[in-house]
Design a protein around this ligand. Structure first.
Ligand SMILES: CSCCC(=O)C(=O)COP(=O)(O)O
Ligand SMILES: [Mg+2]
Length: 227
């Protein structure tokens, strides 16, 4: 069955790891404490703070302790859904203020535009919250890329290293897994997607290999029609 859709990771795939680690995470580290203090009573924020209390096992933690836990989690690159939701809210303020611009590699921008024109469905799967995904593509250096995408998936669909997540995503897209090409820079994610039946292509921007998956250094070398 031919490929009809492309599902892509963000960090290390469409976008530089350094943008996430050197720009987004430090921004969250700097602005999250004030954001929590200012908005902790708002239901959407309060729900995430409670989720942090529950996930950390510190049910009695006051807001200042929750801030401390969140800062530790940012340093450890913990993929907790509550942290990712709060980071998305903090980054939204940075994008709105023009302090952040989403990095998307030029070759990824061109390929996504070309594939969209060719009729492929384009989807994102990232540990970053769906809000954060829409921001990185919506406020990209190359302009608003969100019209190219038909859907976004975060860890609400399951962890990226578990094959069940990819089965759920294929169901939600409405295609057989084998009709979907998954792009990532992480071998465990490619393994999980392949186990679910998806086609895979690994991005190795600096060269190298990713297990036994086909790898490319740039989106220029990917042709979904060749799968
Ligand atoms: C959606 S941009 C923020 C990136 C982020 O928070 C993250 O955890 C990246 O995870 P990915 O699954 O895209 O490697
Ligand atoms: Mg990645």
């Amino acid at each position: 069955m031919p490929v009809k859709a492309v599902l892509t990771d963000i960090e290390g795939t469409t976008s530089a790891v350094s943008f996430v680690f050197d720009v987004l995470f430090p921004y969250a580290q700097a602005h999250l404490p004030a954001f929590v203090r200012e908005h902790s009573k708002e239901p959407a924020v309060a729900a995430q703070l409670d989720a942090v209390r529950s996930e950390s096992g510190e049910s009695g933690a006051d807001d200042e302790r929750v801030i401390g836990i969140l800062l530790e989690w940012i340093k450890a690159d913990r993929k907790a859904r509550s942290l990712k939701a709060l980071q998305g809210m903090v980054w939204a303020e940075g994008y709105r203020a023009g302090q952040l611009k989403g990095h998307v590699y030029p070759d990824a921008v061109s390929a996504l535009r070309r594939w969209h024109e060719q009729g492929y469905g384009l989807y994102v799967y990232s540990s970053g919250s769906i809000q954060a995904q829409k921001l990185i593509f919506g406020c990209a250096e190359a302009g608003d890329l969100t019209p190219l995408f038909s859907g976004y998936f975060d860890t609400g669909s399951g962890h990226k290293r578990e094959s069940e997540s990819y089965i759920r995503i294929a169901d939600s897209i409405g295609l057989d897994a084998e009709q979907i090409l998954f792009l990532s820079d992480v071998v465990e994610e490619l393994d999980a997607a392949q186990q679910a039946g998806m086609q895979t292509c690994g991005l190795v921007r600096d060269g190298g290999t990713l297990g036994r998956h086909q790898v490319v250094q740039s989106f220029d070398a990917i042709d979904p029609a060749s799968y």
